[in-house]
Design a protein around this ligand. Structure first.
Ligand code: CA
Length: 260
Protein backbone atom coordinates (compact mmCIF):
# COMPACT_ATOMS: atom_id res chain seq x y z
CA UNK A 1 0.00 0.00 0.00
CA UNK A 2 1.15 3.55 -0.62
CA UNK A 3 2.42 5.58 2.28
CA UNK A 4 -0.88 7.48 2.51
CA UNK A 5 -3.19 4.61 1.59
CA UNK A 6 -5.22 3.89 -1.52
CA UNK A 7 -6.56 6.48 -3.94
CA UNK A 8 -9.04 5.73 -6.71
CA UNK A 9 -9.39 8.03 -9.71
CA UNK A 10 -12.73 7.85 -11.54
CA UNK A 11 -12.37 9.89 -14.70
CA UNK A 12 -13.14 9.24 -18.38
CA UNK A 13 -10.73 11.78 -19.87
CA UNK A 14 -7.40 10.00 -20.42
CA UNK A 15 -5.28 13.13 -19.97
CA UNK A 16 -6.96 14.19 -16.75
CA UNK A 17 -6.91 10.63 -15.42
CA UNK A 18 -3.18 10.28 -16.07
CA UNK A 19 -2.52 13.63 -14.46
CA UNK A 20 -4.52 12.73 -11.33
CA UNK A 21 -2.83 9.35 -11.20
CA UNK A 22 0.63 10.98 -11.31
CA UNK A 23 -0.21 13.68 -8.75
CA UNK A 24 -1.61 11.18 -6.26
CA UNK A 25 1.25 8.70 -6.72
CA UNK A 26 3.73 11.49 -6.17
CA UNK A 27 1.85 12.45 -3.00
CA UNK A 28 2.34 8.89 -1.68
CA UNK A 29 -0.81 6.98 -2.61
CA UNK A 30 -1.23 3.60 -4.21
CA UNK A 31 -3.43 4.65 -7.14
CA UNK A 32 -6.05 2.72 -9.09
CA UNK A 33 -8.21 4.24 -11.76
CA UNK A 34 -11.40 3.66 -13.69
CA UNK A 35 -12.80 5.27 -16.83
CA UNK A 36 -16.50 4.67 -16.16
CA UNK A 37 -18.79 5.13 -13.20
CA UNK A 38 -19.65 1.46 -12.75
CA UNK A 39 -16.01 0.39 -12.90
CA UNK A 40 -15.22 3.17 -10.44
CA UNK A 41 -17.70 1.83 -7.88
CA UNK A 42 -16.22 -1.67 -8.26
CA UNK A 43 -12.62 -0.50 -7.95
CA UNK A 44 -13.41 1.67 -4.92
CA UNK A 45 -15.00 -1.35 -3.25
CA UNK A 46 -12.29 -3.88 -4.13
CA UNK A 47 -9.38 -1.64 -3.24
CA UNK A 48 -10.98 -0.14 -0.12
CA UNK A 49 -10.19 3.37 -1.21
CA UNK A 50 -9.19 6.00 1.34
CA UNK A 51 -9.47 8.83 -1.15
CA UNK A 52 -11.52 9.06 -4.33
CA UNK A 53 -11.50 11.68 -7.05
CA UNK A 54 -14.72 11.57 -8.97
CA UNK A 55 -15.56 13.27 -12.24
CA UNK A 56 -19.15 14.46 -12.59
CA UNK A 57 -19.46 13.75 -16.30
CA UNK A 58 -18.90 10.05 -16.96
CA UNK A 59 -20.01 7.98 -19.98
CA UNK A 60 -22.34 5.56 -18.19
CA UNK A 61 -23.73 6.75 -14.84
CA UNK A 62 -22.94 10.27 -13.69
CA UNK A 63 -20.72 11.21 -10.76
CA UNK A 64 -23.66 11.90 -8.43
CA UNK A 65 -24.99 8.38 -8.90
CA UNK A 66 -21.47 6.97 -8.44
CA UNK A 67 -21.18 8.94 -5.20
CA UNK A 68 -24.53 7.64 -3.98
CA UNK A 69 -23.44 4.04 -4.60
CA UNK A 70 -19.99 4.51 -3.04
CA UNK A 71 -21.50 6.06 0.10
CA UNK A 72 -23.39 2.83 0.72
CA UNK A 73 -20.16 1.01 1.62
CA UNK A 74 -17.42 3.59 2.00
CA UNK A 75 -16.63 6.68 4.04
CA UNK A 76 -13.63 7.48 1.86
CA UNK A 77 -12.73 11.11 1.35
CA UNK A 78 -14.42 12.03 -1.95
CA UNK A 79 -13.40 15.02 -4.04
CA UNK A 80 -15.73 15.74 -6.95
CA UNK A 81 -14.32 17.29 -10.11
CA UNK A 82 -16.86 19.65 -11.59
CA UNK A 83 -16.98 21.83 -14.69
CA UNK A 84 -16.03 25.47 -14.57
CA UNK A 85 -18.35 27.58 -12.43
CA UNK A 86 -21.10 25.03 -12.35
CA UNK A 87 -22.19 25.99 -8.90
CA UNK A 88 -25.25 23.79 -9.06
CA UNK A 89 -22.99 20.79 -9.58
CA UNK A 90 -20.82 21.63 -6.61
CA UNK A 91 -23.82 22.07 -4.33
CA UNK A 92 -25.38 18.82 -5.52
CA UNK A 93 -22.05 17.07 -4.93
CA UNK A 94 -21.76 18.31 -1.36
CA UNK A 95 -25.38 17.50 -0.62
CA UNK A 96 -24.74 13.98 -1.93
CA UNK A 97 -21.98 13.40 0.61
CA UNK A 98 -18.83 14.57 -1.16
CA UNK A 99 -16.21 16.09 1.14
CA UNK A 100 -14.93 18.66 -1.28
CA UNK A 101 -14.97 19.67 -4.90
CA UNK A 102 -12.45 21.02 -7.36
CA UNK A 103 -13.38 23.02 -10.41
CA UNK A 104 -11.72 22.07 -13.69
CA UNK A 105 -9.25 23.05 -14.90
CA UNK A 106 -7.44 22.70 -11.58
CA UNK A 107 -3.87 23.12 -10.46
CA UNK A 108 -2.32 19.80 -9.43
CA UNK A 109 -0.70 21.56 -6.50
CA UNK A 110 -4.09 22.63 -5.16
CA UNK A 111 -5.54 19.14 -5.41
CA UNK A 112 -2.55 17.65 -3.66
CA UNK A 113 -2.56 20.29 -0.93
CA UNK A 114 -6.25 19.81 -0.20
CA UNK A 115 -5.96 16.03 -0.01
CA UNK A 116 -2.89 15.99 2.19
CA UNK A 117 -4.41 18.63 4.50
CA UNK A 118 -7.50 16.48 4.81
CA UNK A 119 -5.47 13.38 5.60
CA UNK A 120 -3.98 15.06 8.63
CA UNK A 121 -7.51 15.09 10.03
CA UNK A 122 -8.51 11.43 9.72
CA UNK A 123 -12.22 10.76 9.91
CA UNK A 124 -12.05 7.84 12.31
CA UNK A 125 -9.14 6.31 14.14
CA UNK A 126 -10.24 2.73 14.63
CA UNK A 127 -8.50 -0.42 15.77
CA UNK A 128 -4.81 0.00 16.41
CA UNK A 129 -4.55 3.42 14.84
CA UNK A 130 -3.36 5.91 17.37
CA UNK A 131 -5.38 9.10 17.49
CA UNK A 132 -3.69 11.82 15.50
CA UNK A 133 -1.49 14.11 17.55
CA UNK A 134 -3.50 17.14 16.43
CA UNK A 135 -6.71 15.66 17.85
CA UNK A 136 -4.99 15.11 21.17
CA UNK A 137 -3.55 18.59 21.20
CA UNK A 138 -6.96 20.06 20.40
CA UNK A 139 -8.72 18.16 23.12
CA UNK A 140 -6.33 19.68 25.61
CA UNK A 141 -7.44 23.20 24.80
CA UNK A 142 -11.19 22.93 24.39
CA UNK A 143 -13.43 25.76 25.40
CA UNK A 144 -15.53 25.71 28.51
CA UNK A 145 -19.06 26.27 27.18
CA UNK A 146 -19.47 22.59 26.37
CA UNK A 147 -19.03 19.92 28.99
CA UNK A 148 -16.02 17.66 28.57
CA UNK A 149 -15.58 14.04 29.36
CA UNK A 150 -12.09 13.08 28.25
CA UNK A 151 -11.97 13.96 24.57
CA UNK A 152 -15.77 14.09 24.22
CA UNK A 153 -17.64 17.37 23.81
CA UNK A 154 -21.21 17.30 25.06
CA UNK A 155 -23.86 19.84 24.12
CA UNK A 156 -27.64 19.56 24.33
CA UNK A 157 -27.73 15.80 23.85
CA UNK A 158 -24.98 15.70 21.25
CA UNK A 159 -21.66 13.95 21.95
CA UNK A 160 -18.66 14.61 19.71
CA UNK A 161 -15.56 12.50 20.30
CA UNK A 162 -12.45 14.26 19.02
CA UNK A 163 -10.27 11.14 19.24
CA UNK A 164 -12.45 8.70 17.35
CA UNK A 165 -13.97 11.51 15.29
CA UNK A 166 -17.45 10.17 15.87
CA UNK A 167 -20.67 11.97 16.76
CA UNK A 168 -23.74 10.60 18.52
CA UNK A 169 -27.11 12.21 19.13
CA UNK A 170 -28.68 10.84 22.31
CA UNK A 171 -26.58 7.72 21.90
CA UNK A 172 -27.37 7.17 18.21
CA UNK A 173 -24.30 7.50 15.96
CA UNK A 174 -24.53 10.04 13.14
CA UNK A 175 -22.77 9.43 9.84
CA UNK A 176 -21.01 12.70 9.09
CA UNK A 177 -18.58 13.51 6.31
CA UNK A 178 -15.16 14.79 7.28
CA UNK A 179 -16.12 18.34 6.43
CA UNK A 180 -19.34 18.17 8.44
CA UNK A 181 -17.47 16.77 11.41
CA UNK A 182 -14.83 19.50 11.26
CA UNK A 183 -17.43 22.27 11.08
CA UNK A 184 -19.44 20.85 13.96
CA UNK A 185 -16.27 20.41 16.01
CA UNK A 186 -15.22 23.97 15.34
CA UNK A 187 -18.56 25.37 16.51
CA UNK A 188 -18.82 23.07 19.53
CA UNK A 189 -15.42 24.07 20.82
CA UNK A 190 -16.02 27.74 20.06
CA UNK A 191 -17.69 28.65 23.38
CA UNK A 192 -20.57 30.27 21.48
CA UNK A 193 -18.38 32.73 19.57
CA UNK A 194 -19.57 33.73 16.11
CA UNK A 195 -17.54 32.17 13.31
CA UNK A 196 -17.66 33.86 9.92
CA UNK A 197 -18.29 31.82 6.79
CA UNK A 198 -14.74 32.68 5.66
CA UNK A 199 -13.34 31.28 8.93
CA UNK A 200 -15.29 28.11 8.36
CA UNK A 201 -14.03 27.77 4.78
CA UNK A 202 -10.53 27.65 6.30
CA UNK A 203 -11.66 24.98 8.75
CA UNK A 204 -12.84 22.79 5.89
CA UNK A 205 -9.93 23.47 3.59
CA UNK A 206 -7.11 23.31 6.11
CA UNK A 207 -3.88 25.22 5.96
CA UNK A 208 -3.91 25.50 2.20
CA UNK A 209 -6.29 28.40 2.80
CA UNK A 210 -4.19 30.81 4.82
CA UNK A 211 -5.24 34.19 6.16
CA UNK A 212 -4.60 35.95 2.86
CA UNK A 213 -6.10 33.35 0.52
CA UNK A 214 -8.97 34.63 -1.59
CA UNK A 215 -12.21 33.00 -0.54
CA UNK A 216 -14.87 32.92 -3.23
CA UNK A 217 -18.63 33.09 -2.88
CA UNK A 218 -18.74 29.48 -4.04
CA UNK A 219 -16.47 28.49 -1.11
CA UNK A 220 -18.79 30.23 1.34
CA UNK A 221 -21.80 28.69 -0.33
CA UNK A 222 -20.18 25.27 0.14
CA UNK A 223 -19.98 25.92 3.89
CA UNK A 224 -23.68 26.81 3.89
CA UNK A 225 -24.44 23.51 2.17
CA UNK A 226 -22.39 21.55 4.73
CA UNK A 227 -24.22 23.33 7.55
CA UNK A 228 -27.53 22.52 5.84
CA UNK A 229 -26.53 18.85 5.69
CA UNK A 230 -25.57 18.94 9.35
CA UNK A 231 -28.92 20.46 10.30
CA UNK A 232 -30.73 17.76 8.40
CA UNK A 233 -28.71 15.01 10.09
CA UNK A 234 -29.18 16.61 13.50
CA UNK A 235 -32.89 17.16 12.79
CA UNK A 236 -32.54 20.73 13.92
CA UNK A 237 -35.72 22.71 14.45
CA UNK A 238 -35.05 25.85 12.36
CA UNK A 239 -37.29 27.90 14.64
CA UNK A 240 -35.54 26.74 17.78
CA UNK A 241 -32.06 25.35 17.03
CA UNK A 242 -30.26 23.35 19.70
CA UNK A 243 -26.81 23.58 18.09
CA UNK A 244 -26.35 25.62 14.93
CA UNK A 245 -27.50 29.23 14.98
CA UNK A 246 -27.25 31.41 11.86
CA UNK A 247 -25.90 34.89 12.48
CA UNK A 248 -27.38 36.78 9.57
CA UNK A 249 -24.84 38.29 7.20
CA UNK A 250 -21.90 36.90 9.18
CA UNK A 251 -21.83 33.17 9.82
CA UNK A 252 -22.73 30.76 12.60
CA UNK A 253 -22.41 30.16 16.29
CA UNK A 254 -23.26 27.46 18.81
CA UNK A 255 -26.70 27.66 20.44
CA UNK A 256 -26.70 28.20 24.23
CA UNK A 257 -26.64 25.22 26.51
CA UNK A 258 -30.07 24.16 27.73
CA UNK A 259 -31.17 22.79 31.02
CA UNK A 260 -32.21 19.21 30.28
CA1 CA B 1 -15.72 13.63 -17.91
Amino acid sequence: MGELGVAVVIEDDDDVRNLLDAVLQQAGFEVHSAGTGRDGVDVARQRQANVITLDVGLPDIDGFEVLRRIRQFSDAYVVMLTGRDEELDTITALQGGADDYIVKPFRPRELRARITAMLRRPRVSSGDDAPSSSAVAESGSLGSSSSRRGSVLLHNGLALDTETRTVALRGTPLGLTRSEFDLLHELLKGTGAVRSRADLVRVVRGEYYGEDTYISEADERAVEVHIGNLRRKLREDPQDPRWLVTVRGVGYRLAPKRAE
